[in-house]
Design a protein around this ligand. Structure first.
Ligand code: NAD
Ligand code: ZN
Length: 345
């Protein structure tokens, strides 16, 4: 089969056509990939930065965001059928550790991730355990179904923080931050404020429902947000940039007793004034990892089927997998926001 493989310890990926089709075990499902989304994580793998070099095994098929059609099922599979249109949760666990058994499998200690720890979805076929398969509602188009993974990050963050009738600041309106704007709007947030250096993304944030979007390099905006919120600051901070500066700025905008949900991943540990921003503020800080299995997936489906989310301006480009270089470059340059590759259709 065709596949995009991290073939050497360096930048880029290799497109091969002779990769063996994976063989499903008794409880696995073999899926023919229709479309696959390029994630920020794939950017690290493409560029081969420090994180990728320390984590990604050479020879792996990359990619983890996708939609496809079930091609074959293992002998012990009971809930999936050949021909079904599906996506899948890319965090795979044995389901036996404490968190898996108490409703928090998204933070299981034995998590292995598609396209990072085991062969992923930038290929004609991918194999996943039956438990991870998510049947896609017929009203959800393929290009949206291909990005349920990052949309789930946004839904998980917004739902964990609780935004209904609250003022919200989203620092970083990249792929997930923009998704969070439309999700927060759908979840009944009051005013949504956003920050990003990129003027196009700030414009999109406003189009999707943000009351105001600021350039974080202009220092006056922190006072402006605080004044707009009783002089105290926003109720909720959603950190979605991973920028050390954004932690300081975001917490400076958060009112005492506010809730901060942190999704962004800094390149290295940031310096952070925990006394000022958390202890004396009495802030509640939530670490957000992945998506809740499968509460987030049900919430996401309901929001999509109910027509509550606007994703058309966020999924900006689609390329056939053969044009994988152009697809990755479009994403890396910032010209594209969410870039999707068509693999089989
Ligand atoms: N916790 C998780 O499970 C999880 C999952 C996926 C991604 N992530 C992380 O979440 C973050 C967002 O992911 P993404 O795919 O949307 O990335 P992205 O690169 O598309 O978006 C990041 C955005 O932050 C903006 N930005 C940079 N510095 C900023 C600052 N100081 N203030 C405001 N905005 C700033 C950038 O211009 C960009 O638009 C990344 O750090 C990513 O690694 C975490
Ligand atoms: Zn992803």
């Amino acid at each position: 089969m065709r596949a995009l493989v991290k073939h050497h310890a360096g930048p880029e990926l290799q497109f091969v056509s002779d990769r063996p089709v994976p063989r499903p075990g008794p409880r696995d499902v073999l899926i023919k990939v229709t479309k696959a989304g390029i994630c920020g994580t794939d950017k690290h793998i493409w560029e081969w930065d420090e994180w990728a070099a320390g984590r990604i095994p050479i020879g792996i098929v990359t990619g983890h965001e996708f939609v496809g059609i079930i091609e074959a099922i293992g002998s012990a599979v009971t809930r999936c059928q050949v021909g079904q249109r599906v996506s899948a949760e890319g965090h795979i666990t044995a389901g036996v550790d404490y968190n898996s058994r108490t409703g928090n499998a998204h933070i299981a200690s034995d998590t292995r991730i598609l396209g990072i720890d085991r062969d992923g979805v930038f290929a004609d076929y991918v194999c996943v355990p039956e438990e991870n398969v998510w049947p896609v509602h017929p009203s959800i188009p393929d290009k949206v179904a291909a990005v349920l993974d990052p949309l789930g990050n946004a839904v998980h963050t917004v739902m964990a923080a609780g935004v209904s009738a609250k003022s919200v600041l989203i620092t970083g309106t990249g792929i997930i931050g923009l998704m969070a704007v439309t999700v927060a709007k759908a979840a009944g947030a009051g005013r949504i404020f956003a920050t990003d250096m990129n003027p196009h993304r700030r414009g999109l944030a406003k189009k999707l429902g943000a009351a105001e979007a600021f350039d974080p390099r202009d220092g006056a905006w922190i006072g402006e947000i605080r004044r707009a919120c009783r002089g105290e600051g926003v109720d909720v901070l959603l950190e979605m940039s991973g920028s050390p500066a954004a932690y300081d700025q975001g917490f400076s905008c958060l009112r005492n007793g506010g809730v901060a949900a942190l999704l962004g991943i800094p390149a290295k540990p940031p310096t952070f004034n925990i006394t000022q921003h958390v202890v004396f503020k009495g802030a509640t800080v939530l670490g957000i990892n992945g998506r809740k299995m499968f509460e987030t997936w049900y919430q996401m489906e309901e929001l999509l089927v109910g027509g509550r989310l606007q994703l058309d301006d966020i999924i900006t480009h689609e390329f056939p997998i053969e044009q994988f270089k152009k697809a990755h470059e479009t994403m890396l340059s910032g010209e594209g926001i969410k870039v999707v590759m068509s693999v089989n259709g």
